[in-house]
Design a binder for this molecule. Sequence first.
Ligand SMILES: Cc1cc2nc3c(=O)[nH]c(=O)nc-3n(C[C@H](O)[C@H](O)[C@H](O)COP(=O)(O)OP(=O)(O)OC[C@H]3O[C@@H](n4cnc5c(N)ncnc54)[C@H](O)[C@@H]3O)c2cc1C
Length: 310
Amino acid sequence: MICSQNEIKFYNDFQLTNFNTLKIRSSAKIFYMPDNYGEMMTLFRRNKTKNPIVIGNGSNVLFSSQGVQEPIIHTGLIKTVLSFNQTLEAEAGIKTQALSKMAYEKKLSGFEFLIGIPATLGGAIYMNAGAHGQTISDKLVSAKVYDIENNKVLNLKKEEMNFSYRHSILKEKPYILLSAKFNLEKKDKEEIKAKMDENLLFRREKQPNLALPNAGSVFKNPKDCEFSAGALIDKCGLRGFRIGDCEVWENHCNFIINKGKATSIDYTNIVFEIYSKVKEEFNVELEPEIIYIGKMTKDEKEKWKIMKKN
Ligand SMILES: Cc1cc2nc3c(=O)[nH]c(=O)nc-3n(C[C@H](O)[C@H](O)[C@H](O)COP(=O)(O)OP(=O)(O)OC[C@H]3O[C@@H](n4cnc5c(N)ncnc54)[C@H](O)[C@@H]3O)c2cc1C
């Protein structure tokens, strides 16, 4: 049932299955859908001690099958985009695929890689998402963030965002992305379209689409290693390996598919088993990309503590 607290929409005991691309069944005690980032900041002020969690498209999160007690704030309605010449300024909840198409329509290059990533801008900046030789930080000029602790809006320049491989300052500090400004490159529409098509074709051949529920690459590619994460998993003989309803994808071993009724416990167990096998065989400690949200069992807590050192 939809409710409203001083006009801010929220739901109680909200089912999260359709709000994560892995399709894990979970529920949030309270789920907010603010219409704009002013409302989002109000929610943080009101829920100060409850540690609300912001989510975008849920394409890199593992919701606990035990449920989520913290308030969840979904950014899906905060999605205004302004453009002027080569500059685009977009709000956190815009879908990255929409952003890619918008840039194409305006003959702007730099977002061709986003066409195949099922994310929001907020999640993409949090993760410093990238593919096909481009990352979200490449063309970023500045970002507007909300500093929860000090209840302040900050304008950060690109250099202040601490971007590196799958990392940004949003992982270090209690900051929420409100919007970001990009300076894109003018190019021919045909050239942009050709790159977008090439990227989509690559994905169709090499990655599962969302008809097979998944959360993208499971592990980051290890530094200083001649093999990718997927190749290491394959060399351990784990292609098609299954625990509960989670399975290592037959076509690419760095993806785990939910075969139907997977739980966060199945996912934790399979990721830990892969991590342990790769460590045993190659002495490489793979780092999972996914962000766990909600109440962990004791066993889940121990396993994620070992795997997520940073
Ligand atoms: C089929 C598939 C393909 C993928 N391909 C790629 C790829 O090529 N490259 C790549 O890098 N990733 C890829 N991913 C992973 C995923 O799409 C990215 O990590 C993406 O950046 C997550 O965005 P999201 O909006 O879904 O974030 P969510 O999963 O909703 O959240 C991820 C994290 O971001 C935080 N967050 C979300 N919004 C905000 C905000 N406004 N402010 C602060 N924090 C926020 C959340 O709290 C959470 O910690 C893929 C995933 C799938 C399912």
